[in-house]
Design a protein around this ligand. Structure first.
Ligand code: R5P
Length: 282
């Protein structure tokens, strides 16, 4: 497939081979530049549908706009639902997604959604750290279930941080709930955007006596100067996955990247062969 721009910036797509009747998997993380990547996705889906593809699966390692999944104020949009509608309208018959910000986003689609998780990768990474006195921490109440699952698999205690956001992208208050004193705190989150949440969490954990702070998150959005803020914070190690490509200028020795490629590949294989995907997570 070749993607080009018309002189006025509009996107053009040329599919170089016949896809008639084919089981097509289109991999497109809708990361920054989010709107460009979404428009590309919609236009490619349209091209595939009009080229008589047999079945089209949109593989979305990162689902942009996922954090706008409900109205938090009057007259708010629900952009995560709008994206789901347009993905379906453009031609997707099925979606494979990874660690959606909220599980309920699956229900925004009226087509099948296979919701994958990087939990196993995260659990294995933490296990190999052999931390003597670890506690798994959720950076907010919304992440408590995710963190509870990870802690249960590792048989470790949990703590969470009460977070208040007076407005989007601004965090005003973070209070640790649970015992972290003298412990190695491992914070697990779905995504890091401005880094504000995790920088605040790392300070709050150290103030409560945590001996070290590590962070594992599936999606490294790392907007603006997030990397600098995180690197300058008490966070010792930051582990993300390659659901979003990490450009060279954002790479740093403190940042480790785990690959979700084998997980996506196995899910694609199973969908193609009409085999269970949920078995992957048993
Ligand atoms: C919040 O619910 C998410 O799980 C993340 O903690 C949050 O969205 C990260 O955003 P930022 O890095 O901008 O604080």
């Amino acid at each position: 497939m070749r993607i080009t721009r018309f002189a006025d910036g509009e996107i053009d797509v040329k599919i170089g081979h016949s896809v008639r009747g084919a089981d097509v998997f289109l991999i497109q993380p809708t990361c920054q530049p989010v709107s460009e990547n979404y428009m590309e996705l919609f236009i490619i889906l349209d091209a595939l549908r009009r080229a008589s593809a047999g079945r089209i699966t949109a593989v979305l390692p990162y689902y942009g706009y996922a954090r706008k999944e409900k109205k938090t104020q009057a007259r708010d949009p629900i952009s995560a639902k709008l994206m789901a509608d347009v993905i379906t309208l453009a031609g997707a018959n099925r979606v494979i997604a990874l660690d959606l910000h909220a599980d309920a986003i699956q229900g925004f689609f009226d087509i099948p959604v296979d919701h994958l998780t990087a939990e196993k990768l995260i659990v294995e990474y933490i296990r190999k750290l052999h931390l003597p006195n670890a506690v798994i921490v959720s950076p907010d109440v919304g992440g408590a279930k995710r963190v509870g699952d990870v802690a249960r698999l590792l048989d470790l205690p949990i703590a969470f941080v009460y977070k208040r956001r007076p407005k989007d992208d601004v965090v005003s208050e973070q209070r640790v709930v649970g015992d972290v004193s003298g412990m190695d705190a491992v914070v697990v989150d779905d995504l890091i955007s401005t880094g504000g949440t995790l920088v605040g969490v790392s300070h709050a954990l150290r103030a409560e006596g945590a001996t070290s702070v590590r962070v594992l998150a599936t999606h490294g959005v790392l907007a603006g100067d997030a990397v600098q803020k995180l690197v300058d914070s008490p966070i010792e190690e930051l582990v993300i996955t390659d659901s979003i490509p990490l450009p060279p200028e954002k790479q740093h020795p403190k940042i480790k990247v785990l690959s979700v490629a084998p997980l996506l590949a196995e899910a694609i294989r199973r969908v193609h062969e009409d085999r269970s995907v949920s078995e992957l997570f048993k």
